[in-house]
Write a protein that binds this ligand. Sequence first.
Ligand code: V47
Length: 353
Amino acid sequence: MSIIEKLKNNERLEYEDAIKLYDLDLFTLASYANNIREKKHGKKTYFNINRHINPTNICKDVCQFCAYSASRKNPKPYTLKHEEILEIVENSSKNDIKEVHIVSAHNPETGLEWYLDVFRKIKEKYPHIHVKALTAAEIHFLAEEYNLTYEDIISKMIESGVDSMPGGGAEIFDEGVRKRICGGKVTSQQWLDIHKLWHKEGKKSNATMLFGHVETRDHRIDHMLRLRDLQDETNGFNAFIPLVYQKENNFLKVKDFLTGQEILKTLAISRILLDNIPHIKAYWVTSTVKLALLAQEFGANDLDGTIEKESIQSAAGAASAQGIALENFVDLIKNSGFNPVERDSVYNEIKAW
Ligand code: V47
């Protein structure tokens, strides 16, 4: 059966067919991806009023793509004090944020208690704010540093009030590419194992993919299918987030950058292949706002959120340092023909704007 027939019949595509998807033209992919999006979510586009906090940029790892870490080209090491983090949350709570998204570098000086204590303090004072914190890469780093198991760290996170896990640290699962771009940090299998353990606790997480650097199209397909396999087992992923590689201030030598078409094709393909992951997030920080709005017609049904401040990708060139104002965000979605729906971090609907 041809790949088009399989797409028409809504059949699940395995690797041999999936790698042929990029050969289809953009609008054919868009029409299948958009059908799936419309069946699942209609014209709704989800977003969250959230605040990103990156408490420290001191890192023991040396990822080639990273411009945020103080050990790379960023000369300004910092570690926020707990009081400073709480002040950020206090100020953001006035903007009615529903989530803090806390992700850091792998700082050997801060320590496990330092993280757990700040989660406890946030939860104690703001029990209604969802804490999305610690990537699988950070959990792996903490487990190694303290000679603990992943299960130990996960149960400490849950005891301290962490509600869900962000999808960072996945990068690209292909072991050859991974060695080249971020050798030494959490392996692909360890990343998947950690999310599996988290899901076993009845908790939700997201999954990212960093693309547009030295990987091939086949590596992206392989990445998506490894996620689909785990999702078949656990059903714990809420959203898939393809992150477009940003090129400034880092050490990765990349020759060709992605075209808008290639980004949109990748989003559409992810919507087609990840039949068991409910949400595809067009992360405006790395795709640009305009392309994220267009991506709504190519399978994406979530635009992340207002963010307020962003340090990781903006260090590498993204225009996201200051987030987007709520009214502006809502207008952008409406004016692009979609219905903005504010959600909480696990996709309960809060308000149709
Ligand atoms: O894993 C680092 C990426 C990620 C660059 O779960 C870069 O809802 C592009 O995971 N160009 C962290 N990307 C951010 C992240 C995330 C973001 C938004 C929402 C969610 C979620 C998760 O940032 C890292 C890495 O892949 N990153 N450097 C760069 N130069």
